[in-house]
Design a protein around this ligand. Structure first.
Ligand code: NAD
Length: 337
């Protein structure tokens, strides 16, 4: 069994830990946190050995009645691979630690692309990460865009992508981001940085993105216009996208009119934390006008990168190829609504 360490046990880290635990070929060696809080307590309740990320603060765990298994250095030393899920910029600072113990590391989308040898999306460029020492799993938005662009490029060729990203102001637990009551062009400069991030996956893709932030916490919403290299009709594109395991085409009959009902649907379906690992594309929004394709998709920012992290673990350790890994991940998590 592959031994996986998770450094940073917040929104992404705790989900990756639970997803790793569900896999048949890997297990959670331990998780590291900087300070005790409800997530540290939950980690212990779930049976994840808890390590102190900052030595000087280690005593705080004992004072809070939480037993730690050791320091993060020991965890990194013993692990086959470490998933860094610390806040943006901290991953780059931690790189030295992973290099010191010669442990392959995954970073998250908040890090600059140059932190890693390769930026990763399982559907698009799994093989580029095979045996790499440092891999960045791209952001929730880039993951969502890459998953749609990959099959379109293969089937029809893509001349140009234009995407408007209506982004949630903060995650549900991110009280530091609020209260908010506004609609912000964000970033106000156009095109936004999201397009160049998609270019870390598809270097030759012509893509312009615009970003906004709205007072919502549940999900992002993308309005997408893709100019294809040939004329296609909507039915054909719907069939193409429906074949992708990580794209959920929301049937009109479900009467899901937005991210609120989508999250409710995920909770009703028994999804942990109401997570939606798939892009959620409104089926009736998939429309073509000549070579122009339009669609709306909801992206659950807290969870769409989780299966990607699991696949990236298999890529860097050479445990499986793209197809075997994604199938195993999807089966273990129950992906495919
Ligand atoms: P978070 O704040 O919810 O969790 C980060 C965790 O790391 C916290 O528990 C924090 O205490 C801990 N931490 C801080 N400094 C640390 C250190 N030096 N060592 C170990 N742990 C430390 O953040 P998050 O939302 O999970 O984001 C993590 C990364 O994932 C970022 O790069 C972010 O951009 C990316 N990401 C976030 C989302 C999202 O919507 N939340 C989506 C995709 C990618």
């Amino acid at each position: 069994m592959l031994q996986v360490a998770i450094n940073g046990y917040g929104t992404i880290g705790k989900r990756v830990a639970d997803a790793v635990r569900e896999q048949p070929d890997m297990e959670v060696l331990g998780v590291a946190k900087t300070r005790p809080n409800f997530e540290a307590e939950t980690a212990i309740q779930k049976g994840y050995p808890l390590y102190a990320a900052i030595e000087e603060r280690a005593d705080q765990f004992a004072e809070a009645g939480l037993e730690i298994a050791g320091q993060v250095e020991e965890l990194v030393d013993e692990a086959d691979v470490v998933v860094d899920a610390t806040p943006s910029g901290i991953g780059a600072q931690n790189k030295e630690l992973y290099e010191e113990y010669d442990t392959p590391a995954l970073y998250q989308g908040g890090e600059d692309a140059d932190v890693a040898d390769v930026s990763f999306n399982a559907r698009s460029n799994f093989s580029e990460a095979v045996d790499a020492d440092h891999v960045r799993v791209v952001s929730c938005n880039t993951t969502g865009l890459s998953r749609v662009v990959a099959p379109l490029r293969e089937a029809y060729g893509v001349e140009k992508v234009r995407a408007t990203l209506v982004r949630r102001g903060g995650d549900p637990g991110q009280t530091s981001r609020g209260p908010i009551n506004d609609i912000l062009p964000n970033p106000v400069t156009v095109p936004s940085h999201h397009g160049p991030d998609v270019n870390t996956i598809f270097p030759d893709l012509d893509i312009d993105t615009l970003g906004m932030k709205v007072p919502a916490t549940l999900m992002h919403m993308h309005s997408l216009n893709v100019t294809l290299e040939e004329d296609v009709d909507d039915t054909e594109v719907r069939e193409l996208l429906a074949d992708e395991s990580r794209l959920f085409l929301i049937p009109e009959a479900l009467a899901i009119d937005g991210s609120g009902k989508l999250k409710e649907y995920a909770l009703d379906a028994g999804r942990p934390r109401g997570d939606l690992w798939e892009n959620c594309i409104w089926e009736e929004s998939i429309s073509t006008v000549g070579r122009d394709l339009y669609l709306f998709q909801g992206i659950h920012q807290e969870s769409d990168v989780v299966p990607e992290n699991v696949d990236a673990i298999r890529a860097v350790t050479g445990l499986a190829d793209a197809e075997e890994s994604t199938t195993t991940t999807d089966d273990a998590l129950g992906i495919g609504l």
